[in-house]
Design a protein around this ligand. Structure first.
Ligand SMILES: [Zn+2]
Length: 227
């Protein structure tokens, strides 16, 4: 994909604007009508979809795939409002595998990889929800990165910090050996926004307002990474 080349002056101005915008996140001021991130591309991947619902909520059996998509669409609005170009791997409830035949999950994952490669992004954010039935008290956001990928770890740390602030946790980002982290070399993270095995996380993740707070926290983490 075509990558914008900016003059040094424009790049410097964009960097300053990103720092200012990241600062605005601290005071939770909206980012509308600013476009400092023009030229940066982010792929947003809503995990699962179609025949693959992901994990289910412990109370309502809500599909992880639905929550993932709702948060991704809100996050896309924030990023586009700040001037990022955003590429979505999926935009609706369907999967990316074509016909529901043998090997659909593998085809789905390969399709996501092809979308990332075509976009040549500056960052990849795959949005998921967690589940840990062995300890239903566990809750809050957890971010994963690929071991040895410094930029991916930096992006993960930045987003983890914002999610910790939202959830009152002190989690560290974790190394993960997952397809979405390994399938390309772009800085990539998996953001597990909350635990659907925890009743309170599920209740919150079913509300528009909390999804928006999660999306905003991730958005601020992305801004800090680029600033
Ligand atoms: Zn998932």
């Amino acid at each position: 994909m075509f990558v914008l080349k900016k003059s040094a002056l424009a790049a410097a101005a964009a960097a300053v604007a990103l720092v200012l915008l990241a600062g605005l996140c601290l005071s939770a001021v909206g980012a509308a009508n600013t476009a400092p991130a023009a030229g940066f591309c982010v792929v947003l991947d809503a995990g699962h979809g179609g025949a693959d619902p992901g994990v289910r909520g412990v109370q309502t059996a809500v599909k992880e795939s639905e929550i993932n998509l709702a948060i991704v669409l809100r996050l896309a609005e924030y990023l586009e409002g700040a001037g990022f170009s955003v590429v979505l791997t999926r935009k609706d409830a369907g999967g990316l595998y074509g016909a529901l035949t043998d090997g659909y999950k593998k085809r789905d994952m390969q399709a996501r990889r092809e979308i990332i490669e075509a976009a040549s992004p500056n960052a990849v954010i795959s949005v998921h929800q967690n589940s840990f039935p062995a300890d239903r008290s566990r809750r809050g956001g957890q971010v994963f990165f690929r071991q040895g990928h410094a930029a991916g770890e930096s992006l993960a740390s930045s987003i983890q910090g914002r999610l910790n602030a939202l959830g009152g946790n002190d989690f560290s980002p974790l190394r993960g050996d997952y397809f979405m982290l390994n399938c390309t070399d772009y800085p990539s993270v998996i953001v597990e926004c909350g635990f659907l095995s925890n009743a309170e996380d599920e209740r919150l993740l079913l509300t528009e307002s909390y999804r928006e707070q999660v999306a905003y926290a991730v958005f601020c983490g992305v801004l800090s990474f680029f600033a």
